[in-house]
Design a protein around this ligand. Structure first.
Ligand code: 9MR
Length: 747
């Protein structure tokens, strides 16, 4: 279609408006059209199509007949190559598109035209018969002259007619100013406070003097009142804020609101039941992450699906997986396990910490003063193994443990006893893609010391926890753990490559002193043997200050040793010092929380929120909760409870980060098989799924287009395309399960 003057005028006006809003002196690149013949006036050249698509000019547009029944979006496509992108420059990608019949999904991308086909920007709108205009901005993460503008229309069951027009990729545009809808300025835990727990909220306001607040019950009667505490400008959000403490109100109820400064908060409960539900939901999440087994719809209504990666076409199958070329000359059966996140990869590093933290949720229930083991018992999680007289949590984790064990290099092979770092697709796949529909080649990646120690640590922990239920299984785990330990000692510096990130994440970690410490601690706790105790006592990690702002995660695993040495009964010489170190760490997190007007135990350096910050916050809360388990001092209990408020809506965005919990909650997590946002026939992630949360790095193009320059808490968007702020993962949900279980036990 010939470009209409009005469009240009409107655009110019819009730009003028945006330009005036820019700070004086900011350099403005010139706007340049990067797409050739986006208007299809006389020809469709230089646009190409895949072989199964024929494109023609129809009324000044490009229209194409798209075959049905192709598995992937990229199996049918129209595109243009050799587009130039400049790193750091912003682009407006816009086009008109229609689809007949209604409701077909388009995946529009700007990406690399050659392997590894990185996507720099993508969206997947549902097409209308009448056609829509789509417009987005993004910032290029690379310099390249080999970019492709692609319109992928495969993956639709039935054939349809696709038309497009006025395709434009305009360089040098100012990035869009994105305004999140943050609702009322009173920020509360939208889920629930415990009747006998702390109750705090945060008010965003320009006011500097204290303000009166009212707590109202569901029928609107005022049941408590008081004054706010002005806190000045909060560095993690850039907002001027007050805090509100209404902890003296202790009656149960639902539908409370806080009213202050002319604003009414979102509703919340004062009731423990949500945490009892969350303890189970956060753990039920793992069943739908299982690989190698069909998910039963009767157990998870709406989530039933075919088994993934069992060698049924188009899957290549995980039963006979070769290594990357040149890495090994055998294949392994590595079926089972949990998919790591929204991708189909399975990683021993990360599988390990996830296993540890879920098992620790169970182990805590055995020893903590408020622990209640039967709450995680047989029948609690509605999984296929329910009814087998083994606690469901242990059955669920066994699915992953069995996979971790399979990743160990077999006897007689080079590097026997080491564990392969990971297994995943050869190339990254697009969204959505059910596990059973993934056609990619699967590959084992080289063994690493870190993976081997993850296996040693978790198999050792498993050995003591499964012993009462299955002695043979416990023995098998202990033997594997010992072998892995010896192999890691013999190969202490085999690091996963930081550049091995095609088709799956790297999980690279060049410091494994903490993994050695963690594995030795677990082996000691299970066996009591001197050689492991000696290693623990001789490790510099044993006395290092490990409870820093970022806390622990898949790469920083020392706490997974230290906490257990403090919490699980053992006779380690100097154990009291170990306990004191945990309490000291908790004191520091408590001080951070008390200083923070949003009440969270997390204040990273320069306010740079980490990838998966929500679980960092939870893990810092785990340290505080552990200090409560060790001492019984109520300040730790209160701090641990208050930490949950941020995750449930007491934050700058006024969002609960747990799907299905809180009036406004994250539910579009980056996912290939809970991809409701892209495919309405798929569900959202199950209730109890944690979103990664604010991430100052905003590594994905979607977030870069929306959140450039974001401050701390604001670096998050609930969109399926934002894999760096909004994915779900097995390690993050493990931190949620651990804390949900602690809170549920405080009632
Ligand atoms: O959680 C991981 C984060 O700490 C890393 O910084 C990031 C980049 O390497 O990778 C994250 O893990 C992803 C993994 O590599 C692949 N599956 C999804 C994970 C969550 O985004």
């Amino acid at each position: 279609m010939k470009r209409r003057r009005t469009t240009l005028l409107a655009l110019t006006t819009l730009l003028a408006a945006t330009l005036t809003a820019l700070p004086a002196g900011s350099a403005q690149a010139e706007e340049v059209e990067q797409v050739k013949n986006g208007t299809f006036d006389t020809t469709t050249a230089p646009w190409w199509t895949t072989g199964n698509v024929t494109a023609a000019l129809t009324d000044g547009r490009l229209c194409a007949e798209i075959p049905g029944g192709t598995p992937n979006r990229w199996d049918a496509a129209v595109g243009q190559n050799d587009v130039t992108l400049v790193k750091g420059e912003s682009y407006r990608f816009s086009f008109s598109a229609s689809g007949v019949p209604q409701g077909k999904v388009l995946r529009a991308i700007v990406g690399l035209q050659v392997a590894p086909y990185d996507t720099y920007f993508e969206v997947s709108p549902q097409l209308n018969v009448s056609g829509d205009r789509y417009s987005y901005t993004f910032t290029s993460p690379v310099d390249t002259a080999q970019a492709q503008v692609g319109f992928q229309v495969g993956g639709n069951a039935d054939p349809f007619t696709f038309c497009m027009d006025d395709v434009s990729l305009l360089g040098g545009v100012p990035p869009e100013v994105y305004e999140p809808d943050t609702g009322p300025r009173v920020r509360v835990n939208q889920v629930a406070y415990l009747p006998a727990g702390p109750k705090n909220a945060t008010l965003v306001t320009e006011a500097t003097a204290k303000l009166p607040w009212q707590l109202k019950n569901a029928s609107g009667s005022v049941v408590a009142r008081g004054s706010t505490r002005p806190r000045g400008v909060d560095a993690s959000s850039g907002q001027n804020v007050h805090s509100i403490d209404f902890g003296s109100y202790r009656k149960r109820g639902t539908g409370f609101t806080l009213v202050v400064d002319g604003e009414t908060s979102r509703p919340f409960d004062i009731d423990p039941s949500a945490y009892r539900r969350l303890r189970l939901d956060s753990l039920k999440y793992y069943y739908t992450q299982r690989s190698g087994i069909a998910i039963r719809d009767d157990l998870r209504p709406g989530y039933g699906r075919a088994a993934g990666h069992l060698n049924a076409a188009p899957n290549k199958g995980d039963d006979d997986v070769p290594c990357q070329p040149g890495v090994c000359d055998y294949t392994l059966d590595v079926t089972g396990g949990w998919y790591d996140a929204g991708d189909h990869g399975k990683y021993v590093v990360n599988g390990g910490i996830s296993t540890w933290e879920v098992l620790s949720t169970y182990e805590r229930s055995l020893y903590a003063r408020t622990g209640r083991t039967h709450k995680l018992g047989d029948g609690s999680l509605d999984i296929p193994e329910s009814g087998n007289k083994v606690p469901d949590l242990l059955d669920e984790v066994r699915w992953e443990l069995d996979f971790l064990l399979k990743m160990q290099v077999p006897r007689g092979k080079p590097l026997a006893g080491m564990a392969h770092h990971k297994i995943h697709d050869e190339q990254w796949t697009g969204l959505p893609l059910m596990p059973a529909d993934d056609p990619q080649k699967r590959e084992l990646h080289p063994p690493s010391t870190a993976a081997t120690l993850n296996l040693a640590a978790t198999a050792a922990q498993a050995a003591r926890l499964y012993r009462p239920f299955d002695r043979a299984y416990a023995a098998k785990n202990l033997a594997a753990a010992r072998t892995a330990w010896e192999a890691a000692r013999a190969h202490p510096d085999m690091y996963a490559s930081e550049s091995d990130g095609t088709g799956g994440g790297t999980y690279a970690d060049n410091n494994v002193a903490d993994e050695f410490y963690w594995a030795a601690a677990q082996l000691y706790l299970t066996t009591g043997e001197k050689k492991y105790a000696d290693f623990v006592l001789g490790s510099p990690v044993h006395t290092a200050d490990i409870f820093g702002p970022i806390g622990f995660d898949w790469a920083r695993t020392a706490a997974a040793g230290r906490l257990d040495l403090a919490l699980v009964p053992n006779k380690l010489p100097g154990r009291d010092k170990v306990r004191q170190s945990v309490i000291k760490g908790a004191d520091r997190y408590l001080a951070t929380l008390q200083d923070h007007p949003y009440g969270l135990p997390y204040a990273p350096d320069k306010n740079l929120y980490d990838w998966g910050s929500n679980h960092q916050i939870l893990n810092n809360a785990v340290v505080i909760a552990s200090a409560y388990d060790l001492t019984g001092a109520s300040k730790y209990r209160e701090g641990a409870l208050q930490s949950m408020d941020y995750l449930f809506g007491r934050n700058a965005l006024n969002i609960s980060y747990v799907t299905g919990y809180g009036e406004v909650n994250a539910h579009n997590q980056h996912a290939r098989w809970y991809a409701h946002q892209l495919d309405p026939t798929q569900p959202n992630p199950p209730a109890g799924t944690l979103a990664g949360g604010a991430n100052s790095g905003i590594q994905d193009p979607f977030a870069q287009g929306k959140l450039q320059g974001c401050v701390g808490q604001f670096c998050y968007i609930d969109d399926i395309q934002s894999w760096s702020t909004n994915e779900h993962t097995i390690n993050w949900n493990a931190a949620l399960a651990r804390m949900a279980s602690f809170v549920a036990d405080q009632t």
